[in-house]
Write a protein that binds this ligand. Sequence first.
Ligand code: FES
Length: 116
Amino acid sequence: MREDCEQQFAAAARLDEVPAGSVKAVTLNGRSVLLCNSNARIFAIINRCSHADEKLECGKMKSGWIACPAHGARFDLATGQAKNPPAKQPIEVFAVRIVGDLIEVEIWKQKEELLF
Ligand code: FES
């Protein structure tokens, strides 16, 4: 829980923009987030590998994981945990909710920002 921040959800894409087995990179709150449709579920992960900061959007995705295209580390889409080297650190994952035909992703904003 981030006490100086407040959780909000932001519209990221329409459901039909991320068909089964595909990914879509979007920018949310100034950060590149990758929407992933795998195992009949939408996931949202940071679009950056924890090993050497490569983008994950061109990586192979299968059965709830995505592989970094640079050196092959795989990450669990639900938890962000690295499944094999060379990555050791997890990647950030975000809560997702579906509202009508929209995919919404959690974002965190400084509480002061919400006042303006
Ligand atoms: S940059 Fe992703 S595994 Fe090396």
